[in-house]
Design a protein around this ligand. Sequence first.
Ligand SMILES: [Zn+2]
Length: 253
Amino acid sequence: MKRVIAGLVAAGLLLMAPAPASARVPSAPDQPLAGKLILLDPGHQLGNSNPKFAKKMAQKKFNGSIVKGCNTTGTATNKGFPEATFTWRVAKRLKRILEAQGARVEMTRTTNSYDDWGPCVWDRAGMANSLKADVMLSIHADGASARSKGFFAIAPGLIKGWTDDVVKKDRRLATAMIAGMAAAGATPSNYVSKQLMISRTTTGLNFSNVPTVTIEVGNMRNAAEAARMSSSSGQRQYAQWLAAGLDRFFAGR
Ligand SMILES: [Zn+2]
């Protein structure tokens, strides 16, 4: 008994002693993402459409469901603003927002250039795996019919030997992104039920061993969304919505 009391006193003293700086950081209200490693994956690459990289783009791999190619060109607005450039700009803005919240942020590509290609989607997932990222977020925009609008999440289906180790966390991430983005004011998709698409054939999702989600943030073929995507204030808004989704996910841990 005496020993227990002594132990409690010691514990009390320990609690009163100032915590080491490293232990205090995660609870600081302005650094909610301290200690988190987030891999941002801006979809596509400008040079994916460059004919000199056709052979690179034609590389193929089995993804657990089907055989698919290295990467694609992505879509564009009707005025020709490319998805690759849009996702690149949003990712750069989002990186700064997340870093300001204390996160370490890495990117799957470090250029947006007609003279660069890829990386292949399986290599992007490979980066998430070797970094042991807490989250990989793939940022895309859709090219749907003109009246379609709003964001939705794509999460992987259950594939034995591929996604079974992480599929529940993937789903929790997608659900948190949807709730967090909607609460922050992002337009929910009017063409994907409950803003959630389950895909068995998305290579990056299947290759990733860490919680991963693809967000189609809007439809580049919808005039209003195309205008927002093409402006720097709109790009900032999309980055803020994505940050709200990630904040929701990490707050739920
Ligand atoms: Zn895309």
